[in-house]
Design a protein around this ligand. Structure first.
Ligand code: GDP
Ligand code: IMO
Ligand code: MG
Length: 433
């Protein structure tokens, strides 16, 4: 089987966590390669629900190796808290969890930097507030960066923070715009004390994960890469600047884990049967139709509220133009179509098959100009809905004809087979070809 990637093809929350959980037993290693605790991946086993932000979904299966690779940004308190949460649920976490010594570390000043820039900016991005963007900025900027390996060297860490923290304090004070809560200031020695202690707690997990992954590959192990976010939030190829700060498409695997591109054998693109987005940015098929509208109905039935921040997710029709773009970007070989059950009871379903720009021009491919995208109107194709509850369906042929036709139409529009269909949060509610 080699290496497989599960990647979201929309703006995140496509139910990647569920698919990774369904597939995990076929693999030896599960790897997170991008993002950090901005992700929220949900796994449901009967009456038990797990929500993972930073840890790979593989940790729920203690016999698997789970890797937080170098491309991830790690907030140590969150890491320790999630481990405790999983242990409290009766699941053992031990030497099978590995954290890259090259992963970058999030400090509280990163979150403060994010808070101040989001508040001060006239067009904030609507981030999750987890310090992700500022930490990646420091990674690329190098002078203020701290990696997980540095946490294990107390003297070096204390010295680094004595250089970084006064610099950060000046930046934070300058970012403050006069309104609201004053900019927080930090104490280098206190932070060093705290993070040296975190380092000691992280020490048993920290290793050279690049070497580990290369050894696993040459030893014939099967590796599953679990993307965070969705390809439309990718910092290079998404709807910039309303994106996250990492490469969430499979392109992030090469840099974010050290596995060579040519070793990836299979890409599973995960899509919702409709579209959601949290935070700001263009969303052509958004259903902004009020408290009695279809958008609100889908939000309630699909429980579309952010796993991390609890914010209501913006909801809209399935956008085949956007999904075709990200499917191509991700090189998806097959699709997993999720939350199909949420659309039951709709008389009519719509799919955007093109956009009309402000000058009347018809776009069949995703415009690269974000300002233009924000002004595009979707061109819809209408399909009949179905009334029946489909949450008990266990094969594609058990679905009502209209639901089967909806799936087939998505396959046609994206030129990619749907090999998995999900009709409920539980792993049993999954049809896998
Ligand atoms: P992720 O970030 O891509 O892992 O997705 P999230 O966990 O943030 O959001 C997906 C939500 O949909 C979670 O609450 C899941 O439990 C839920 N879910 C997954 N698959 C289905 C499905 O087929 N039907 C329904 N109704 N809910 C689902
Ligand atoms: P999962 O893995 C949905 C969004 C935020 C914001 C933008 C930038 O659960 O699919 P950031 O905090 O990353 O700088 O925020 O990206 N965002 C997500 N939206 N699912 C996610 O992760 C997301 N991670 C970040 O809402 O618009
Ligand atoms: Mg999520």
């Amino acid at each position: 089987m080699g290496a497989t990637c599960v990647v979201g093809l929309q703006w995140g929350d496509e139910a990647k966590g569920k698919i990774v959980d369904c597939l995990a037993d076929r693999f030896d290693v599960v790897v997170r390669y991008n993002g950090g605790a901005n992700a929220g991946h949900t796994v449901v086993w009967g009456d038990r629900t797990f929500k993972l932000s930073l840890l790979p979904t593989g940790v729920l299966k203690p016999h698997l190796k789970s890797v937080i690779a170098n491309g991830v940004v790690v907030y140590p308190p969150k890491f320790l808290q999630e481990i405790q949460q999983i242990r409290d649920a009766g699941i053992a976490i031990g030497p099978n969890l590995l954290v890259s010594d090259h992963a970058h570390v999030i400090f509280p000043y990163h979150m403060e930097e994010e808070r101040l820039s989001e508040q001060g900016d006239t067009s904030p991005i609507g981030t999750t507030g987890r310090g992700i963007g500022p930490c990646y900025q420091d990674k690329v900027g190098r002078v203020c960066a701290v990696r997980v390996g540095d946490l294990l060297k107390p003297e070096k860490l204390a010295e680094r923070l004595r250089y970084i923290v006064p610099r950060k304090n000046r930046i934070l004070a300058a970012l403050h715009h006069g309104n609201g809560e004053p900019a927080k200031q930090f104490d280098a020695d206190l932070l060093a004390h705290e993070y040296i202690a975190f380092g000691e707690q992280l020490r048993p997990f920290v290793t050279d994960t690049v070497h580990f992954l290369h050894q696993s590959l040459s030893g014939g192990k099967n590796i599953l890469f679990e993307a965070a976010q969705g390809s439309l939030l990718d910092v290079d190829h998404g709807t910039y600047p309303y994106v996250t700060s990492s490469n969430s498409s499979p392109a992030g695997i090469w840099t974010g884990s050290g596995m060579p591109a040519r070793r990836l054998d299979r890409v599973i693109g995960v899509i919702k049967a409709y579209t959601t987005r949290v935070g700001r940015g263009p969303f052509p098929t958004e259903l902004d139709d009020g408290p009695e509208g279809i958008g609100e109905r889908i939000r309630q039935i699909g429980r579309e509220f952010g796993t991390v921040t609890g914010r209501p997710r913006r909801v809209g029709w399935f956008d085949a133009v956007a999904a075709r773009h990200s499917r191509t970007l991700a090189g998806a070989d097959e699709l997993a179509l999720m939350l199909l059950d949420v659309l039951s009871g709709q008389k009519e379903l719509k799919i955007a098959t093109g956009y009309r720009g402000p000058d009347g021009k018809v776009w069949e491919h995703f415009p690269s100009d974000p300002d233009l995208l924000a002004k595009c109107d979707p061109i819809y194709e209408s399909l009949p809905g179905w009334r029946d509850d489909i949450t008990g369906a266990r094969s594609r042929s058990e679905l009502p004809t209209a639901a089967q036709d909806y799936v087939t139409r998505i396959e046609q529009l994206l030129g990619t087979p749907v090999k998995t269909i999900s009709v409920g949060p539980d792993r049993a509610q999954t049809m896998m070809a």
